[in-house]
Write a protein that binds this ligand. Structure first.
Ligand SMILES: [Zn+2]
Length: 272
């Protein structure tokens, strides 16, 4: 009997439900976030919450299953603020690899990570999936989906400030999906002066299509001193309406990707 989709979340199903799903599809979405400070207005789980919301909305639209969310990411630079829980980069790589090995063992062949934590989780996600493909499981297709790369258009049409950690867009998205978790009276106006603190090549706007970037990692102690509230860029212009536009654009992008992926057989099979 085919799986009835009473839930898109693996952790809410029985093994027989998953077995039934695998007879029809080999795609799974894995949301990955973080538990880290998000300024005075945003909850510590913001990156995980938005990854979960994206995964759930996409999964419902495409009838695909989601793995349980990973609530921890690579957040060492935020450890100066209470509540932040970080995995070291190598731990995150190990977790991503073990999750993938388990899923692949049962027949999942298209594993899509939706990352809510932007640049800080990407080195681990790319490294883990690239190495798994080369050395262990070339037959498994991986995708790493990140707002920084699929939302440039909508971000630049929507936001009114530079977007960085705990900025206007990510606060807006959380506000749209989880309104009770945003402290609207604690939105921020400060903009960290990245050029002074780091260099004119700092990645000052995560959605810029023109600013040239040289990465200069910082420590949690440095962050505590250059970002008094934890927020790197202003969130004062955040709104649920902006969040809705930003979120739905990303959902559309990922849904289109999955529809395309259903018939994709890989670069080798394609030519044969
Ligand atoms: Zn964030």
């Amino acid at each position: 009997m085919p799986y009835d989709f009473r839930s898109v979340w693996l952790q809410e199903l029985t093994w027989e439900d998953v077995d039934a799903y695998l007879k029809e599809s080999n795609i799974i979405i894995c949301p990955v976030g973080s538990t880290e400070q998000h300024g005075p207005a945003g909850p510590l789980g913001l990156d995980s919450l938005v990854a979960i919301a994206l995964a759930e909305d996409v999964a419902k639209a495409t009838k695909v299953l989601c793995a349980p969310p990973l609530w921890f990411g690579d957040s060492s630079h935020h450890l100066g603020f209470p509540g932040t829980i970080s995995l070291r980069t190598e731990t995150l790589i190990a977790v991503i690899k073990d999750m993938s090995r388990s899923l692949a063992k049962h027949g999942f062949r298209k594993i899509l990570f939706i990352n809510g934590h932007k640049g800080a989780n990407l080195p681990a996600l790319i490294s883990a999936t690239k190495n798994l493909r080369e050395y262990e499981m070339p037959e498994v297709f991986f995708a790493v989906i990140d707002p920084m790369k699929i939302a440039k258009k909508v971000a630049n049409e929507t936001k009114e400030a530079l977007e960085h950690h705990s900025g206007e867009l990510e606060i807006s998205e959380c506000w749209y999906k989880f309104p009770h978790l945003i402290k609207a009276d604690r939105l921020t106006t400060e903009q960290v002066s990245f050029a002074e603190t780091f260099s004119p090549w700092f990645h000052e706007d995560l959605f810029s299509t023109t600013h040239e970037v040289i990465d200069t990692p910082w420590t949690s102690a440095e962050e505590r001193s250059f970002a008094a509230t934890g927020s790197f860029s202003p969130s004062i212009k955040a709104s649920p309406e902006k969040g809705k536009k930003y979120h739905n654009y990303m959902v559309d992008q990922i849904v289109a990707f999955i529809e395309w992926l259903r018939s994709y057989r890989g670069p080798i099979a394609k030519g044969s």
